[in-house]
Design a protein around this ligand. Sequence first.
Ligand code: HPA
Length: 272
Amino acid sequence: MNITQIQQCVDDIRNHYKGEPKVGIILGTGLGALAAQVDVDFSMPYEDISSFPVSTVESHKGRLIFGSLAGVPVVVMQGRFHQYEGYTLQQITLPVRVFKMLGVETLIVSNACGGMNPLYRRGDIMLIDDHINLLGDNPLVGPNIDELGPRFPDMSEPYSRHLLSLAEGAALELGIKVHRGVYVAVTGPNLETRAEYRFLRSIGADVVGMSTVPECIVARHMGMAVLGISIITDECFPDSLQPVSLEHVLEAAAIAEPKMTNLVNHIVSKIV
Ligand code: HPA
């Protein structure tokens, strides 16, 4: 991905929409209901944006929604891309590059994940405090786009402390319980073995999932503030592990969805 391709996407969007989104939101598995809360100005299917990947997972729709949420101008990515679909991490993170060039300063990323911390339960929400990249790849590999950020970006605060405290405040006001922990990203698409869950827990992760980390890295490369929110869709305790289906994951995401929607709405209203 180079600056010309990114600029081309921005031009494709600018040909149709002149608004100035301040917050970018990437909706993860089963969290699509937030899109219904957006006062929509304009929406654009991914296939109408040149070089934009097209989502292959059925539970994800592929379009950008522009409008306002809680009175704040936003762009929402409905349908995201994963490494297990065969995309490169550069393709996966192209929308984040585009967000930045549209003027977005804050990125909110949501996902479904497996909970390994024994205090976490299915349906709980975790604010991502930090992450571990086990994707075996990095979206910043290749020539650095100097116009957008440094060769060796700092990662001492991948998830904004300010946004974390804002999110915790919002959760408290709404009476929603949230955890705060470490997300480890793996490629998938298979779920982990018991030995892998033991390993991932022992290296310091509270939850495991197949997304979010590439988007966070690229956002930080460009100096955007990131908030990551995870729904725990299955309990990954190696000594009592149960088989998990996609239906089980989607069901838990659906149960947590109203909490999540409420929370993100509230957070966004406090950002700008
Ligand atoms: N592992 C990895 N990714 C996931 C899981 C899991 O257990 N649950 C939902 N996404």
